[in-house]
Design a protein around this ligand. Structure first.
Ligand SMILES: C[S@@+](CC[C@H](N)C(=O)[O-])C[C@H]1O[C@@H](n2cnc3c(N)ncnc32)[C@H](O)[C@@H]1O
Length: 248
């Protein structure tokens, strides 16, 4: 049995998908894949989505060159998007402080708004802060850069965001999957987004995350905003309006 479990763990994503489909057809059962079940250190993958997401973030950060503020991310996970921000702020965009909020213990309990597909996901995507630091370093981000430029804030967003220090935000990246998480992040952080600043969503209009879409739609309605689709991939963002005087 341990050997079988070990073999299953080492299957590539393509083989896991094939096995899952085969199981579905043959046995009429569904399997729940636990994400991120790999060794604690691995190279961040480069595939079409991650490459296009890199281009998306690059374009947004270049668009923000005249906007003051830090980069804030809610939903650090293993640190793939933090890694991109670290590279971009060293190579093509102006340097900025980067702050990552997460439980560092995985997803909190989903609610009814998140739908059946997410109902069992509490604790998924669990990466400790130490593991995120190790992963960033393993992928080539210098430990000095991390110490000097990246801060991690631990806890659920409901616990940590009420104590947000009020620093201006140029780019807010939300990648928190769930209704309550999106709602909390938008309620607390939108007031700190600078005029001309951007909020970009990882899960908007994704069928897999109905709660995220609902929370974002409620936010857009409340503030009368229109979301813009990235020209690189299926990701959406909003730009905070600048005062009339700043547009001239
Ligand atoms: C999909 S992962 C983030 C992936 C990451 N941005 C990347 O590119 O690698 C979602 C993360 O959101 C965090 N999260 C979701 N809801 C949260 C909440 N209410 N408070 C704190 N963290 C939350 C989870 O712990 C998880 O690490």
């Amino acid at each position: 049995m341990p050997a079988l479990l070990d073999a299953l763990r080492r299957l590539t994503p393509r083989h896991k998908r094939a096995l899952k489909n085969w199981g579905r057809r043959l046995l009429g059962v569904d399997f729940v894949t636990v994400p991120e079940s790999r060794s604690s250190l691995w190279p961040y993958e480069l595939h079409t989505t991650s490459a296009r997401r890199f281009l998306h973030f690059r374009e947004l950060l270049l668009q923000l060159e005249d906007v003051e503020g830090q980069i804030v991310e809610c939903g650090v996970g293993p640190g793939r998007s933090l890694f991109v921000f670290a590279i971009l702020t060293q190579c093509v965009a102006r340097p900025r402080r980067i702050v990552g909020f997460d439980t560092f213990e995985g997803l909190p309990e989903p609610t009814a708004e998140d739908g059946r597909g997410n109902a069992h996901k509490a604790g998924w995507l669990s990466h400790s802060e130490a593991n995120v630091r190790e992963l960033l370093q393993f992928n080539g981000v210098a430990s000095d850069f991390i110490d000097e430029n990246i801060s991690f804030v631990r806890g659920t967003l409901a616990e940590s965001l009420p104590a947000y220090d009020g620093r201006a935000i140029a780019l807010l990246h939300l990648d928190v999957d769930l209704y309550e998480s999106y709602k909390t992040a938008l309620d607390w952080l939108w007031p700190f987004v600078s005029p001309g600043g951007i909020v970009t969503f990882d899960e908007y209009r994704s069928e897999a995350f109905p709660g995220a879409t609902r929370a974002i739609d409620e936010f857009l309605d409340r503030w009368q905003l229109g979301a813009v689709k990235s020209r690189f991939l299926d990701r959406w963002y909003v730009v905070k309006e600048r005062p009339e005087s700043a547009k001239r």
